[in-house]
Every structure is written in structure tokens, then in C-alpha cells.
Design a protein. Structure first.
Length: 299
């Protein structure tokens, strides 16, 4: 009988950010900044939204998004600044396939996942984009999705900050303001879980770990990610589950208790009646969350 590989990583809990604020988050080369809604300055005549190719979307997300990863995508959109006469990409939205079908079917049970419902997995605007750009960009993405038969979108706001092993702030937490400002349905928190945080502040996802353990398609990327951080190269014929456990310890990964991201649901339709005809599988919660969780304890 084969015994399970025991977990050896330290545990800790990270403080959460307030889930709503008048600040708009921006990114540039994976570094965040803020724009206040009071700044205004958004002029729709300066911008266009268009569908984006997979290579262009992936390159932009990998360069600027804090996660340094690109998800399985179905639809991709670019926000272009055309004020100078040339189309310059300054924002990307990616809608696609979540790690589990239940992410879509739980809040939107009557919609066919991956065709009628998608998850908004990446939404990133550069620092130059003025406040309120995101609501205009998101509305046009939703209009295009609706024209292709998509009737529901699930989005998440993660209030847990990400820090490197040295304490440098990588991601201060998503406030969720954009979803609240665009009249989404707040459907509570996603499932609480434990995430593995690498020393550079990125998350080593459970699905990635599974690929490494079982040598499934994509395991090379998972292994290379850890080797680049100092893990030993796996020996031929070794038990990959044991190697993964030891590699995570070697690079200084940490187990972080995550209370669950805030879940927002958009029902798409041409009229309010069409939107409200779409059944919700989770109760709509009010009011929107406005305050941080209690001060955490480090374990």
C-alpha cells in the first residue's frame, strides 16, 4: 500500500484588502499602481475595443499581469488608444475556461458552460489608462460576448495580497470596484482553500502540481518553473510526487490560507428582462462587501 506524500510547507495567513474602494488598479510590467475615480479624464473618443489574437493577448498578459501566467482562453479583447492615429494596445481582457466546470454551473446552472457562460480570467489595464476606463472596456467586451451567444460571465475579486519571500508587495489585492460599479450580482465567496505561494510571489496552482505529479501534458512547464527558482532537476525514474514535495521545500514555497475570492456574476442580455430571466444558482447577496476581513494570525 502506497502512503500519501506528507505536506512539509509552512502555513501562514495573509491580511486582506478592502473589497470595494474608489481606486482603480493598474499594471505595468507586473507592478501595480492606482488611479482614483475622481480624476476622471476618460474620453471614449480616444479608445477602441477589438478582438485580440491569442499570441498578442498572451504576450501582453505575461508581460504586465502580476500572475505571470496565461489561462485557457475562449475570447480575448484589446483596449486600444487611437488618439495619435495609431492603434496602441493598452489593455487586455480574457474570457475563458476555469479549472472546474462548477465555477460556471454553480452560479449559472441553466447556461451551457464554455459556450453560454465563461469566466473573466484576466483583466489588465496599463498605468496610462485614466480612471473609469475599465467600466467602458468591460461593457464593450460583454456586448461582443452577447453577440456570440454568451449569456453569463463569472468574475472574481481576490482581496488577499501577494508578497515575495523578502516581503516585497507583488499584488495588493483586488478591490472588486469595477464589478460593483457595473451592476454585477455579488454571489458570495468562492470556496476557502490553501494556495502554494512561491518565493517570487506567484501561485503554484493545484492543477500545475497535479501535472508534475502525474506527468501529464504541461508537466515540463511546472518542473521548469520550480527548477528556475532553485529546485533540483528530477532524476530519471524518480517518484515525481516525492520530487515535487522536496522541490517546493527547496525553493521556499509557503502554504497560504485563503478565505476565498469574492464572486461576481454578470447576466448578459439586450434588456433588463432578458438579463433577469437567466436563473442564478446562488443567492444574490446585499450589500456589496465593503470592509476587510478581521486581522489574520500567522500559523
Amino acid at each position: 500500500m502506497r502512503l500519501p506524500v506528507q505536506e512539509m510547507l509552512p502555513f501562514e495567513t495573509l491580511e486582506e484588502m478592502p473589497t470595494a474602494s474608489p481606486w482603480c488598479q493598474r499594471w505595468q510590467a507586473r507592478k501595480h499602481s492606482w488611479r482614483h475615480v475622481s480624476e476622471g479624464g476618460f474620453d471614449a473618443r480616444r479608445y477602441e475595443v477589438d478582438r485580440l489574437s491569442e499570441p498578442d493577448a498572451e504576450a501582453f498578459v505575461l508581460e504586465h499581469h502580476y500572475s505571470a501566467s496565461y489561462p485557457a482562453a475562449v475570447r480575448r479583447f484589446g483596449l486600444y488608444d487611437v488618439s495619435t492615429g495609431e492603434r496602441r494596445l493598452c489593455g487586455v481582457a480574457v474570457f475563458g475556461i476555469p479549472v472546474s466546470k462548477a465555477v460556471l454551473t454553480k452560479p449559472l446552472p441553466e447556461l451551457t458552460p464554455y459556450t453560454e457562460s465563461l469566466v473573466c480570467s484576466r483583466f489588465v489595464l496599463l498605468q496610462e489608462c485614466p480612471a473609469n476606463s475599465e467600466s467602458w472596456f468591460l461593457a464593450r467586451c460583454h456586448a461582443d460576448l452577447l453577440s456570440t451567444g454568451v449569456r453569463g460571465v463569472v468574475s472574481f475579486a481576490d482581496p488577499v495580497p501577494r508578497r515575495t519571500a523578502s516581503g516585497a508587495l507583488v499584488m495588493p489585492g483586488h478591490c472588486g470596484w469595477i464589478y460593483q460599479a457595473t451592476n454585477s450580482v455579488y454571489a458570495g465567496r468562492a470556496t476557502a482553500r490553501t494556495i502554494k505561494l512561491l518565493p517570487d510571489g506567484t501561485v503554484f496552482h493545484d492543477r500545475t502540481a497535479q501535472k508534475a505529479r502525474r506527468q501529464e501534458q504541461g508537466h515540463e512547464y511546472a518542473e521548469a518553473q520550480l527548477i528556475a527558482l532553485g529546485a533540483p532537476v528530477p532524476r530519471a525514474g524518480c517518484d515525481r510526487a516525492v520530487w515535487l514535495r522536496e522541490a517546493l521545500v527547496a525553493v521556499g514555497a509557503r502554504n497560504v490560507r485563503h478565505r476565498g475570492a469574492h464572486r461576481y456574476v454578470f447576466r448578459l442580455g439586450r434588456t433588463r428582462r432578458e438579463r433577469e430571466e437567466i436563473k442564478l444558482g446562488l443567492p444574490a447577496r446585499r450589500p456589496y462587501p465593503k470592509s476587510p476581513d478581521p486581522e489574520p494570525t500567522v500559523i
